[in-house]
Design a protein around this ligand. Structure first.
Ligand SMILES: Nc1ncnc2c1ncn2[C@@H]1O[C@H](COP(=O)(O)OP(=O)(O)OP(=O)(O)O)[C@@H](O)[C@H]1O
Length: 193
């Protein structure tokens, strides 16, 4: 029974165990110097309290000439074991397809559609063998029997590529009707082939 004081008691507490000296070598004990606060071992001042810095320096490669030399961590980047030096996976360059091939295919299709003849048309001056393709009536065109089907009349007009003539149909459903035939010289369209 006694007064409670805030000052720590130096008396050993039954719950607190006293500091135990090293069992192997009781003389080798590390403790803080009471005056300087620096870690000491048997009275000699230590570099660090528990010697962790010593272990860290000794792990790195020390230069035999410079005691304080520590290898740069950048050396890891240039070492052979570095993943930065691992070979980049090879990329196989594939050149783009030649546009000439595409153009040649389009021209071949067009050539097959026109059949190598000069372009001609009728019915309001529409050109036969245009690029429409799918729904185009291929019965139009400047066929070998054109002279037998139509009687070419006088020229009614001119455009950039050819001229338009008035004609009379001789055969078929259009027999007896006047039509317009647009004639384009081969020389004007030969650059397409
Ligand atoms: N069905 C038609 N009836 C009467 N005249 C026409 C007819 N079609 C064309 N023409 C006349 O022929 C001229 C030329 O017509 P075309 O269709 O060849 O002109 P364009 O399309 O400008 O020519 P291009 O396509 O060669 O540049 C027109 O200006 C017009 O006077």
């Amino acid at each position: 029974m006694g007064a409670c004081t805030s000052k720590p008691s130096n008396l050993p507490s039954p719950n607190r165990s006293p500091p135990q000296p090293d069992v192997q070598n009781p003389n080798l004990t590390a403790r803080k110097d009471e005056e300087t606060g620096n870690p000491t071992r048997n009275g000699e001042e230590m570099d660090s309290w528990d010697g962790q810095e010593d272990v860290g320096i000794q792990k790195g490669k020390k230069s035999p000439f410079f005691a304080l030399y520590t290898p740069s961590p950048a050396n890891y980047l240039f070492s052979k074991k570095s993943p930065a030096n691992s070979a980049t996976p090879k990329r196989f360059f594939r050149p783009p397809p030649s546009p000439a091939k595409h153009i040649r295919a389009a021209l071949a299709r067009r050539r097959g559609r026109i059949g190598g003849s000069a372009v001609s048309g009728e019915g309001g001056g529409e050109e036969g063998g245009g690029e429409g393709g799918a729904g185009l009536d291929k019965s139009f065109g400047f066929s070998k029997g054109f002279a037998g089907k139509y009687e070419i009349g006088k020229e009614v007009g001119r455009g950039h590529f050819g001229y338009t003539c008035c004609a009379m149909s001789k055969k078929g459903e259009m027999k007896g009707q006047r039509v317009a035939v647009k004639v384009i010289p081969k020389a004007k369209v030969c650059f397409l082939f």
